[in-house]
Design a protein around this ligand. Structure first.
Ligand SMILES: Nc1ncnc2c1ncn2[C@@H]1O[C@H](COP(=O)(O)OP(=O)(O)O)[C@@H](O)[C@H]1O
Ligand SMILES: [Mg+2]
Length: 254
């Protein structure tokens, strides 16, 4: 079964950035097949990785629901949907990317969702690692057939608000019926030393700090120039921090 690494945390704290850096780690340092899943409806993982996203799983679902008769005559609905899904998968040399896009609107999507979930389950079997960049609510994770998460990376910025959001997510994990094997805290845009108030709150939440990532001016520059995070150098501060973290994460989950 593939190993699942997932991000959680409130908006703007760096989940997508860390996801892109984790993808970079796998492409540069590992040869293991990786499927990155962008499960945020405001998807931008693809963009951060320098990819042009034309179609999402949500688009396939919407189009199918709008015009169910578009299935070519004689073709099974399931096979038709799978064919459309295969077009959504973005295949790169060193990783693949699946963008979930918008969640469904009104109407009964059960049948389509069942087929799409089954497709995702089958697809996931082809990869040793799965990386899920989540929206804050983590709907995508809780919807998967297997609720297994090998490493949940709880991302916060260096602010008590971000940290408390992580604390709330941590508390609701039980309700989501997720089987979280390990979890760790990532403090993004962190100063060299963390304040006592911050560390006290970390202790209260009870999730160990796995990694601190400094503010990295190269990320801002790459963002402005629309350059892929994959092109950052190994010695860029955020890259360095995430690479070190990933060696630890792999030791824990492998
Ligand atoms: N360590 C960092 N140094 C500098 N900029 C960062 C860092 N982490 C994230 N950013 C920037 O902060 C913004 C929000 O990050 P993002 O990863 O999109 O957050 P989220 O996915 O949690 O909403 C982006 O513009 C990103 O480039
Ligand atoms: Mg994001």
């Amino acid at each position: 079964m593939s190993k699942v690494i997932a991000m959680a945390g409130k908006g703007g704290v760096g989940k997508t950035t860390v996801s892109a850096l984790v993808t970079r780690y796998f492409t540069k340092h590992q040869n293991d097949p990786l499927l990155a899943i962008d499960a945020d409806p405001n998807s931008n993982l693809g963009e951060t990785l320098g990819l042009n996203i034309e179609k999402t799983v949500g688009d396939v679902r919407e189009n199918f629901m709008k015009d169910p008769q578009a299935v070519p005559s004689g073709m099974d609905k399931m096979i038709y949907l799978e064919m459309l899904m295969n077009q959504v998968l973005i295949e790169q040399d060193s990783f693949d990317l699946l963008v979930m896009g918008r969640q469904e609107g009104q109407g009964c999507y059960c049948m389509v969702n069942n087929i799409l979930n089954r497709f995702a389950d089958e697809l996931e079997k082809n990869y040793k690692y799965l990386l899920v960049d989540n929206e804050a609510g983590m709907e995508h994770l809780s919807r998967r057939t297997s609720g297994k998460v090998d490493m949940l990376l709880l991302v916060t910025d260096y602010a008590l608000r971000g940290l408390r959001a992580v604390g709330r997510i941590n508390e609701m994990l039980g309700d989501l019926k997720l089987d979280v094997k390990h979890k760790g805290l990532i403090v993004n845009r962190a100063p060299e030393t963390l304040s006592k108030a911050f560390l006290d709150e970390v202790e209260r939440i009870g999730v160990p700090i796995l990694c601190t990532i400094p503010d990295d001016a190269n990320l801002l520059e790459f963002d402005m120039e629309r350059r892929s995070v994959l092109e950052l150098e190994d010695d860029s501060p955020a890259v360095f921090a995430v690479n070190q973290m990933m060696s630890k994460v792999k030791e824990i989950i492998d």
